[in-house]
Ligand binder design. Structure first.
Ligand code: ATP
Ligand code: MG
Length: 404
């Protein structure tokens, strides 16, 4: 088959392929960009596969970066765009269920496509629009099916991450996973424990960001794959509820984990633990803790000024989305933002008084001064006090006198 009009991204990359071909090698567009074009979806990055060896690729272009040269990947820089260009290769070994023991560069496109995970990802595209399809990927695309290239049992045994990739593509594309491929996941789920948690994390989040999360979650649950993800084993009921409730994907990673935390009913401490086990960054953990608290307030309709203030605008929007997607009560986003915007202050810095002012009025530096500022902050946020220097000063002095 032939694509009549190629997306602009491919047209822009054509000089790269032309240069490689002019030197006597083959080069094709491969991977997600080809699949997504055929599905009429926007494409992110254009990946190129070539028969030229990495050193040969490098000799043809002025600006290249060795992004993964031991696996044959060189990034070619062209007018501000980077093109990952990977030499055709086969892989063998996989004794650790995740990385091939050896990568062998080959000159055959078919051998390269043969090592790819799913048939819909094993298509190659020529610059004239011709699609090369050795494994019936076009039929699977048409039938909305995810099917391993070759024997799924073998392919998941080679690289267990592919099982997570299967469920995330199901959720991103609204595709069904082929029954033999599902059986492969059922048989090999436990191998996921051999995979670096960071890589599982990426795929899990992509699954819940996909537009049809239930498509992935169904298989994730039914095959038992979830049990081999950090800390998920004890939460099968909650994950099951989630797949029934969740009708569309989330908009960012903080929302994903806040949804999980709210569904599992986790405490502040438990969120920290779970996300540490999932190898998350500290900032993400803090955001999820804050957002999850706000989800509870939103769904129990107990949002007050202090909750708004402590959560902050960005996390409020996220928490509101999570409450909505969980089918809990939630707000009109604009109304919630309006309530937040109406607060007198949005940070402690905005208080119309400083520690300096209090000291100038005779307050001694020390814990009391901090307590007085905290008191003022709370009173101003709650609307009990006007944010005016004189008002705050006299209130602080009364407060400290009463405490003394
Ligand atoms: P996305 O749109 O998310 O980037 P993608 O299909 O491009 O999806 P990538 O992770 O960018 O996915 O990988 C590019 C291509 O490399 C895939 O389409 C597939 O052909 C191949 N590939 C990636 N990971 C694996 C793997 N674990 N096993 C086999 N082939 C893989
Ligand atoms: Mg890609």
């Amino acid at each position: 088959m032939k694509i009549e009009t190629l997306p602009e991204e491919f047209i822009k990359a054509q000089p790269i392929i032309d240069t490689i071909e002019a030197a006597g090698y083959e080069a094709y567009y491969v991977g997600g960009s080809v699949r997504d074009t055929l599905l009429g979806l926007p494409i992110h990055d254009v990946d190129i596969a070539t028969s030229a060896y990495p050193e040969e690729v490098k000799s043809l272009f002025n600006r290249t970066v060795d992004t993964g040269i031991e696996h044959g990947t060189v990034m070619i820089l062209d007018h501000g765009t980077g093109y990952e260009t990977t030499t055709f290769r086969t892989e063998s070994g996989y004794q650790d269920y995740r990385r091939p023991d050896s990568v062998k560069f080959v000159r055959s496109l078919k051998e390269d496509l043969n090592r790819r995970d799913f048939t819909i990802n094993a298509l190659a595209l020529k610059t004239d629009g011709t699609i090369i399809d050795y494994f019936d990927g076009l039929t699977d695309l048409k039938n909305h099916r995810i099917r391993a290239v070759g024997d799924p049992e073998k392919r998941f045994n080679e690289d267990a991450l592919r099982m997570m990739r299967a469920v995330r593509f199901a959720s991103q594309l609204n595709f069904k996973i082929d029954s033999e491929t599902i059986a492969g996941i059922e048989h090999h789920g436990s191998l996921l424990t051999k995979i670096a948690v960071e890589r599982i994390h990426v795929e899990f989040v992509k699954m819940l960001l996909g537009q049809w999360p239930a498509m992935g979650l169904d298989v994730f649950m039914e095959t038992g794959l979830y049990q081999y993800c950090p800390d998920f084993k004890a939460y099968s009921d909650q994950l099951d509820q989630l797949r029934n409730k969740l009708k569309s994907g989330l908009s960012n990673e903080t929302a994903v984990w806040s949804l999980i935390a709210a569904t599992f009913n986790l405490s502040w401490q438990q969120i920290n633990q779970l996300l540490k086990h999932w190898k998350s960054a500290n900032q993400l953990i803090e955001d999820v803790q804050t957002a999850t608290k706000a989800v509870q307030a939103i769904s129990t309709q107990s949002v007050d000024a202090w909750v708004l203030y402590q959560t902050g605008k960005e996390l409020l929007v996220i928490a509101n989305e999570v409450a909505y997607k969980l089918g809990e009560s939630s707000y009109e986003t604009t109304a919630l933002i309006a309530q937040y915007d109406a607060l007198q202050i949005h940070s402690k810095k905005a208080l119309a008084i400083t520690g300096q002012d209090l000291m100038a009025a005779g307050v001694k530096p020390g814990p009391q001064l901090g307590q007085a500022l905290n008191y003022l902050e709370r009173q101003v946020v709650d609307g009990q006090l006007t944010n005016q220097n004189q008002v705050l000063l006299s209130t602080a002095i009364n407060y400290l006198n009463e405490k003394a």
